[in-house]
Design a protein around this ligand. Structure first.
Ligand code: FUL
Length: 625
């Protein structure tokens, strides 16, 4: 069999061959051979270390912090960047208290503003008012990470809305390489390099062809231990920004990272995309020509937006929400990447800091105490076999953990966890994949023993750990009363171009975001005109996308108008873009530069997120001062 392998490792003990990060199937490999080989794909050292971190943090900080936007357009004045009390040590200490092991900073977001004094552009901290242009946020963070023993990563946006050469592919690629070299060559060890996949330029926008092979070679030469995330081929985006992993999560997958030239064609052939539910079933393995160790990372923000906005100080996730996210990310064989955006002072806000402290204490307390004295002894199970563990006498449990030794591959397809309660075996949890870590919660009980039954596995299961814990119940998040405001009762839809499937336009202003307006398919633009009943000082509006049908119909580019008489309409000055709405479909609040007195309000769609011919509106709120 003429095997083409990226790297093969032979275990001294067993003589077994492992395929590090990737395996290419030999011509004519049978489904059985493919499946067997899939069980021997293992992570690189860098991927393994990364997986063990479990909790990593994002810092979104930059020009958007000072403009209130989520995606800057690159035209911002760098002088706007002026944090009054920037303190990277406060960030690192706060994150450490929360249990986080790495921090990744947006060294450059899509607006092109660089947080370090780069030689590649004037659009950086060097042209800002902060420290008279003498500051270096990346350098400060690096020092703070060294001081507190925190790993350090960089987010460098390939999409750059400021660089004049963006779209002139070879020229911009050279600039990007120069930026990478500065970041990876001058700031000590970098553990993760994060390349976002976002590119919101329209059909007439500039098309940049990135030289990923070159970028990867630069990273590998300067930071051989760093993992490359998202567009990079070491760490895979989980597919949403809601903090939700997959219950069935294969780190071994035929899904190609988009930095491979073959990615688009191969993924299409295999019917795979990053948001798909199934990225690793037997069927997918059988159809594949190669497999990758490409584990999932769950990125989500502690607030609705990725950047700090003062009006979100009351919307910081609750402890129970963060704990749910933990169970649905780390507990679903993923690493959590939680974003905590510093405010305009350059500090992690008190509310976020307090929440992180609670979270860190909760998680470390729960998992400090494994009630299975033998739970961390490695064991091997064959399909159909089971393993029993004694529970410390009298211990109450409501959380179970199972982990495979992924240095020997990921193999489990179905298993059951049972507890011996009052002399009877009861099912406590049932799962599909395990991988590095799988967690379950269930009503508390006091079992004498826990039994792991291996129902279905691609090869012998190498148990790394089985754990039983007790997690104190948390108060449910208070449900915010979303009843229709008194004012809204007087609003009326004036004119609407069309309605479909019974989703009438009036549902867009009924105070209920689960009902929605769906326009017809005609025309490229759609608009919704509202009569507010009388003239008000209008300060802005909120557009809430409709969650139905995976947010189909969500508006990406828009215009809004106001009018006093319903005939003469004035275009309001806005960015015209619901930035990042496709990945993060949260309500979008837009404030106008000046208050507009108006009785009538018009929202016009210019482009739907995927260029669909219709739009949907979950809810539209006009903000009155
Ligand atoms: C997205 C970006 O467009 C957001 O602004 C944010 O940086 C997030 C982590 O990735 O795709």
């Amino acid at each position: 069999m003429g095997l083409l392998l990226a790297a093969v490792l032979i275990s001294c003990k067993t003589g077994r061959q492992y395929y590090v990060k990737e395996v290419v199937f030999p011509e004519g490999a049978t489904p059985e051979q493919k499946l067997e080989m899939s069980t021997r794909v293992v992570p690189t050292k860098g991927q393994y270390h990364w997986q063990q971190l479990e909790l990593t943090a994002f810092i979104h900080f930059g020009i958007n912090t000072f403009t209130g936007r989520e995606w800057g357009d690159g035209k911002e004045d760098p002088a706007l960047f002026n944090p009054s009390e920037l303190d990277c040590e406060q960030w690192v200490k706060t994150l450490k208290e929360g249990g986080f092991k790495m921090v990744i900073i947006t060294a450059k977001h899509h607006d092109g503003f660089c947080l370090w004094p780069t030689k590649t552009t004037k659009h950086s901290v060097a042209s800002s008012s902060w420290k008279n242009g003498e500051g270096d946020v990346v350098g400060d963070l690096r020092k703070a990470c060294d001081k507190y023993g925190m790993k350090f990563g960089v987010y460098l946006s390939p999409w750059d809305r400021n660089a004049a050469c963006y779209g002139d592919s070879p020229v911009y690629n050279r600039m990007f390489v120069a930026q990478l070299k500065e970041l990876l060559g001058n700031y000590g060890q970098v553990d993760e390099v994060w390349f976002d996949g976002a590119n919101g330029e329209g059909p007439n926008g500039k098309k940049q062809v990135y030289d990923w092979d070159l970028f990867n070679a630069v990273i590998d030469s300067l930071q051989p231990n760093a993992v490359k995330a998202i567009t990079g081929n070491d760490i895979r985006w989980v597919g949403n920004e809601r903090g939700l992993g997959r219950e069935t999560e294969w780190s071994v997958t035929p899904y190609w990272a988009s930095s491979y030239k073959e990615a688009a064609e191969e993924n299409q052939r295999l019917g795979l995309k990053g948001t798909a539910k199934d990225l690793g079933s037997r069927e997918k393995v059988w159809a594949a020509s190669r497999l990758f160790w490409y584990p999932s990372e769950v990125d989500v923000s502690i607030r609705p937006g990725w950047f700090y906005h003062e009006n979100q100080d009351t919307k910081v996730r609750s402890l129970s929400n963060l704990v749910n996210i933990y169970f649905q990310s780390v507990g679903y064989n993923s690493v959590l990447l939680l974003n905590v955006p510093p405010d305009r002072r350059g500090l992690i806000h008190e509310v976020d800091a307090a929440r992180l402290k609670e979270f860190g204490e909760y998680i470390s307390t729960v998992f400090a105490d494994n009630k299975l004295p033998e739970g961390e002894r490695p064991r091997t199970l064959k399909q159909g076999e089971s393993a029993e563990y004694a529970v410390r006498s009298g211990a109450k449990v409501n959380v179970l953990l199972v982990g495979e030794d992924i240095l020997k591959g990921q193999r489990v397809e179905e298993f059951t966890l049972e507890g011996l309660v009052d002399g009877n075996w009861q099912e406590l949890a049932k799962g599909t994949t395990v991988g590095y870590k799988r967690l379950f919660r269930f009503p508390e009980c006091q079992p004498e023993k826990i039994r792991l039954i291996l129902n279905e596995s691609r090869a012998d299961m190498n148990i790394r750990i089985v754990g039983a814990y007790f997690a104190p119940e948390l108060e449910m998040q208070r449900v915010v009363n979303q009843s229709t405001s008194e004012l809204k009762k007087n609003w009326q839809v004036m004119a609407v171009d069309s309605e479909t499937d019974g989703h009438q336009a009036k549902a867009a202003i009924d105070g209920n975001a689960t009902t929605y307006w769906k326009s017809g398919n005609t025309g490229s633009k759609h608009q919704l005109d509202i009569d507010l009943g009388k003239s008000y000082p209008v300060a802005g509006f909120t557009y809430t996308p409709a969650a139905a049908d995976e947010y189909a119909g969500t508006i990406f580019l828009y215009r809004v108008y106001t009018s006093q008489d319903g005939k003469n309409w004035i275009l309001c000055e806005t960015s015209g873009e619901f930035s990042n709405i496709k990945n993060n479909p949260i309500p979008q609040t837009i404030y106008f530069k000046t208050i507009c007195p108006a009785r009538y309000f018009r929202l016009e769609s210019v482009r739907e997120i995927d260029n669909r011919p219709f739009i949907t509106v979950g809810e539209l709120d006009v903000l009155i001062k």
